[in-house]
Design a binder for this molecule. Structure first.
Ligand SMILES: C[S@@+](CC[C@H](N)C(=O)[O-])C[C@H]1O[C@@H](n2cnc3c(N)ncnc32)[C@H](O)[C@@H]1O
Length: 350
């Protein structure tokens, strides 16, 4: 303690109190900002090598388990993760995860950042117009589906489900289902008595991941398919409801209309439950600074996704012959559930 006080006095004598305080502030700012970036990048590297889950496994690991990789570099990464409190060093070349709950949260943060890792890492090239989003570079659909489920499962599944209870539906198709977690929720926790559930997603990887996790069951099926180009098949009998959760904002009006028209053409009597984000103005986004909302808003705008108002959604669905049956808003999570029912003829044939 005495030594520390002596060192502080020496530093103040040499450089002055202002510089000492400035150095301390600068070091803690670097410590937090730089650490977030370095730690995240280190974990992303492990995930890209396919070993993050093994490093985070309850049983612990030895560097000798990973001889196919540069063991010296892997050792440096693990020592760094040990120094910042993510891993424990349990012996020579041996580590284990310090806190399983923290590790789980970190894995989810890695999946979320990997969804938009490519465009974010290449912002300079996008700025200089060396690359064009959508043509040269895109977000990663697989990680987007996983990260989306991590966020949506906490509240939106229940919110969407409770919007449906009064209609007592028994069958549902989840269009853009990702890994199919919403269907698993419906099967286990729903207040409706579901008899037939089907999930469709463009990402074969997400569908296979859902199948691997055992989401399919006697009543739940998963299948890969493009909502823009849906064809009827025997597995896709008309459901009572089509759920489209956080998917349609990815499309401009003409493509969104094509998807809604496909639903109307294939399943003319089914209702559509749309779960989407509410559009926020700059002020509201600034006020949500303590949450992930500013980042979500940024990546959505970066990838040209369109957050529409309720009136804009109503107009879009009306063009495909749907009218709004019920609507629920949840302002704390900036989300609404709009339930549409078929009404009249399909006007816009796109
Ligand atoms: C933001 S995620 C939402 C996933 C899920 N509905 C949820 O709420 O967690 C968007 C999903 O839409 C899927 N998707 C995008 N374009 C699609 C298309 N043309 N046809 C089917 N699925 C699509 C993506 O693969 C991704 O899983």
């Amino acid at each position: 303690m005495l030594k520390i006080i002596k060192d502080i006095i020496t530093a103040i004598k040499i450089t002055g109190i202002r510089n000492v305080l400035e150095l301390k502030k600068h070091s803690s700012l670097l410590g937090s900002m730089f650490r977030d970036q370095v730690a995240l990048d280190a974990l992303i590297a492990l995930e890209k090598c396919g070993i993050m889950s093994r490093v985070f496994a309850l049983s612990g690991f030895s560097l000798n388990d990973f001889t196919e990789f540069d063991n010296v570099l892997l050792g440096k990464i693990c020592d760094y993760l040990h120094h910042i409190g993510i891993l424990n060093k349990t012996g020579d070349k041996k580590y284990s995860v310090k806190n399983q709950i923290v590790a789980k949260r970190l894995s989810k943060a890695v999946y979320a950042s990997m969804a938009y890792n490519e465009p974010i890492r290449n912002l300079d090239k996008l700025l200089k117009k060396d690359l064009c989003y959508g043509r040269d570079i895109e977000r990663n659909d697989h990680y987007d589906a996983i990260a989306s489920a991590d966020l949506t499962s906490k509240f939106f599944y229940g919110f969407a489900d409770s919007t449906l209870t009064e209609f007592k539906p028994q069958s549902l198709i989840d269009l853009g289902c990702g890994t199919g977690d919403f269907l698993a929720f419906l099967e286990k926790k729903s207040l409706c008595g579901w008899k037939r559930l089907m999930g469709i997603d463009l990402s074969e990887k997400a569908i296979n991941e859902g199948k691997g996790r055992g989401i399919e069951s006697g009543i739940t099926k998963l299948s890969s398919g493009n909502a823009l180009d849906l064809k009827q098949n025997s597995e896709m009998a008309e459901p009572d409801v089509i759920s489209i959760m956080f998917v349609l904002h990815e499309f401009e009006d003409d493509k969104a209309t094509r998807i809604i028209n496909n639903c109307r053409r294939l399943w003319p009597d089914a209702k559509i439950l749309l779960t989407e984000m509410i559009r926020l103005n700059d002020n509201k986004i600034r006020k949500s600074n303590g949450t992930v909302v500013p980042e979500l808003n940024f990546v959505h705008s970066l990838s040209y996704q369109i957050i529409r108002s309720k009136t804009e959604w109503e107009r879009l669905f009306a063009a495909s012959g749907y009218k709004l049956l019920s609507s629920r808003e949840h302002s704390l999570t900036y989300t609404f559930c709009l339930l549409f029912s078929p009404h009249g003829k399909l006007k816009d044939k796109r």
